[in-house]
Ligand binder design. Structure first.
Ligand code: CAA
Length: 260
């Protein structure tokens, strides 16, 4: 896969996607969104990929948001189109059949913070900064920020970030539950890869079921969501991986999962 705004690397079962516009602090322009869509569509079809990591090129920024130079020229219809298309891509990432880990190396602002929230796990360097500064541009977030942020960190803290547009440190983001793992910049990619390879060793069918159960259930009333869980638990009980996992436990050995 050759892209203008993304670098793609394969490392065993891992795909590493790097947003590569360092001169604009990796701001996501329209082309970057089109390429992210193509990239994740291709990764979804690639059966060798068990987990993906997304990061930003350079040391300063993960993604500094949507590209403001493009937004500056937009009217209402163009803004709706941008938000609609961007949300399709981030929702696609959120619904991937394998986990996507954000390795946040620097600024994760606006669309960058929104991208981390569409991922399943967030690992951040202690140099990273998070925020939704759209209010300073006379805008609301357009890639899920008003919706995923309150769901992740609660309405009070989300409204604070959304209404003040202030940045928080990775340490604060960690304390608020926006970040799962906090590391030094030097250890960021190794930490993300270690988490990724740990997940890649698990049953890929159980991982897929887990992601689907959480993704589908979270937007349903609890009684219906519990039924989603029942179906996934039942499905997993019919897999070879469940037989192997339970047998390995009883035989006191490491399971060898086949993903079926
Ligand atoms: N879009 C386009 N270009 C951007 C950008 C963005 N989001 N963020 C940074 N850049 C560009 C700058 O214009 C600058 O380009 P030039 O060298 O050509 O002047 C370059 O990247 C380096 O940036 P700075 O000189 O500003 O670097 P800094 O260290 O002084 O500041 C920063 C860093 C605080 C991140 C600052 O760049 C900044 O505030 N960026 C904008 C952040 C932002 O508002 N993001 C939200 C965008 S809107 C959005 O995302 C809406 C949505 O949800 C749909």
């Amino acid at each position: 896969m050759n892209f203008e705004t993304l670098l793609i690397e394969k490392d065993g079962p891992m795909a590493i996607v790097t947003v590569n516009r360092p001169k604009a602090l990796n701001a996501l322009n329209i082309l970057a969104f089109a390429e992210l869509k193509k990239c994740f569509e291709a990764l979804r079809e690639d059966e060798t990929v068990r987990v993906a990591i997304i990061t930003g090129a350079g040391e300063k920024s993960f993604v500094a948001g949507a590209d403001i130079t493009e937004i500056a020229a937009m009217d209402m219809a163009a803004g709706r189109d941008l938000s609609y298309r961007g949300n399709i891509v981030f929702s696609m990432i959120e619904a991937m059949p394998f986990p996507v880990i954000a390795a946040v190396n620097g600024f994760a602002l606006g669309g960058g913070c929104e991208l981390t929230m569409a991922c399943h796990i967030r690992v951040a360097s202690d140099k990273a900064k998070f925020g939704q500064p759209e209010i300073n541009l006379g805008l609301t977030p357009g890639y899920g920020g008003t919706q995923r942020l309150p769901r992740l960190i609660g309405r009070g803290r989300a409204l604070d970030l959304l209404l003040t547009g202030r940045m928080i440190t990775a340490k604060e983001a960690f304390e608020w539950g926006l970040v799962n793992y906090l590391t030094t910049p030097e250890e960021l990619m190794d930490t993300a890869k270690k988490i990724a390879s740990g997940i890649a060793e698990k049953s890929s069918s159980a991982v897929r079921s887990m992601l689907e159960a959480v993704h589908t259930g979270i937007n349903l009333p609890l009684d219906q969501a519990i039924q989603v869980e029942v179906q996934h638990f039942a499905y997993c009980n019919g897999t070879e991986d469940k037989n192997e996992g339970t047998r390995a436990f009883m035989e006191k050995r490491k399971p060898e999962f086949k993903g079926r």
